[in-house]
Design a protein around this ligand. Structure first.
Ligand code: SF4
Ligand code: SF4
Ligand code: SF4
Length: 270
C-alpha cells in the first residue's frame, strides 16, 4: 500500500527517479541498459534525475519519488550518501545481490580481515569495516535480487512501480524453476546446491549451465532452512557448506533464520 499511495498522490506528474550506485561493479546498471528499447520506454514514463552509470554531475535534487540503489555501503561516504537518499526518497528499492545480501565482498567478513586487506594494500592503512547489506543502515521498501539482476524481472517490477501497482515476487524455491526446466539435480549427484531454500525468479540460470545455486537471491519466505541445513551438514563437510553460503553473502541471512527458528546455533564465523 505504501507504494500505491505514493504513486497515486503524485499521479499528475511523472515520478522523479534516481538510479545510484554505492560500491559495486555496476553490472546491475548494465543489465538495465541491456534492456534496450523497453528500458527507454520505461524511462519515458519517469523524470530521470540521476543515473550514475552514465553521468557524474553532482546530485542536486531535493526529493525523489523512487530511488534505486545498487551496491554495498562499504565506505563512510557510501553510508552518508545512502542515508541522504533515504531521507530524500519516498521509496527506496535495492537492486542486486550486493545491496540486498552484501555481495561477494562479504566473504571478507569470514576471513582474517587484516591479512586479506594487506594482500591488496601492502603499505596503505585503509578502513576495513565488516560488510553489511543496505537494510542494516536504512529502511528498504523493496528488493530486486540476484547477481546481476534479471532483466525481465527488473522491467516488470520497474513498470509496476511507475504504474502504481504493488510489485510481487512469487515465493518459490529455485528448485521449482530448475525442475520445470528439466535440469539435472546436482544435489542428488552429490554437489552442494542452495536451490531448495533460495528464492526463484532467475530462471535457474546457473543450473542451466550445470553450476549449482549459491544462493545469490537470498531466502524465499517460509523456506525450510533448518531442515535443509540439517541435510547439508549431515552430508557434506561443514567448511564446504559454509564456503558455498559465503560466496554471495547468503550466510549471515541463513544463520539469522536458523537463530530465529531457535532450533540450532551454529557460529557464523569460523
Ligand atoms: S549484484 Fe553483482 S552485478 Fe550487481 S553490482 Fe553487485 S556484483 Fe555487480
Ligand atoms: S540442482 Fe539444485 S536447484 Fe535444481 S533441483 Fe537440485 S537442489 Fe534444486
Ligand atoms: S541459480 Fe542461484 S546463484 Fe544462480 S542466479 Fe539463481 S539464485 Fe543466483
Amino acid at each position: 500500500m505504501y507504494l500505491l499511495n505514493m504513486i497515486r498522490n503524485r499521479r499528475t506528474k511523472k515520478p522523479k527517479v534516481a538510479i545510484v550506485s554505492l560500491t559495486s561493479c555496476e553490472g546491475c546498471q548494465f543489465v538495465m541498459l541491456d534492456q534496450g528499447q523497453r528500458f527507454l520506454d520505461w524511462l519515458k514514463k519517469t523524470n530521470l534525475e540521476e543515473f550514475r552509470l552514465v553521468e557524474d554531475e553532482p546530485m542536486t535534487a531535493k526529493h525523489y519519488d523512487i530511488c534505486f540503489i545498487e551496491g554495498n555501503p562499504v565506505t563512510r561516504d557510501n553510508i552518508k550518501l545512502l542515508k541522504h537518499l533515504r531521507k530524500t526518497s519516498d521509496l527506496l528499492v535495492v537492486v542486486g545481490n550486493c545491496a540486498a545480501l552484501g555481495g561477494v565482498w562479504e566473504v571478507k567478513n569470514y576471513q582474517s580481515k587484516q591479512k586479506t586487506i594487506k594482500q591488496v594494500y601492502k603499505k596503505l592503512k585503509v578502513e576495513n569495516p565488516d560488510i553489511k547489506e543496505v537494510n542494516n543502515f536504512v529502511k528498504v521498501d523493496f528488493t530486486i535480487p540476484t547477481c546481476p539482476i534479471d532483466g525481465d524481472e527488473f522491467m516488470r517490477i520497474a513498470n509496476n512501480l511507475i504504474d502504481g501497482l504493488d510489485p510481487k515476487i512469487p515465493q518459490n524455491p529455485v528448485c521449482y524453476e530448475c525442475q520445470t526446466s528439466g535440469y539435472e539435480c546436482l544435489l542428488l549427484k552429490g554437489e552442494i546446491c542452495l536451490g531448495p531454500i533460495t528464492l526463484a525468479g532467475c530462471k535457474a540460470v546457473c543450473l542451466k549451465s550445470k553450476q549449482a545455486c549459491w544462493g545469490c537471491r537470498g531466502l524465499f519466505d517460509n523456506a525450510k532452512v533448518f531442515n535443509f541445513m540439517t541435510h547439508l551438514l549431515n552430508n557434506f563437510p561443514r567448511e564446504q557448506v559454509y564456503r558455498v553460503m559465503e560466496v554471495f553473502g547468503a550466510k549471515d541471512t541463513i544463520m539469522a533464520e536458523l537463530a530465529r527458528e531457535q532450533k540450532i546455533k551454529i557460529p557464523i564465523k569460523k
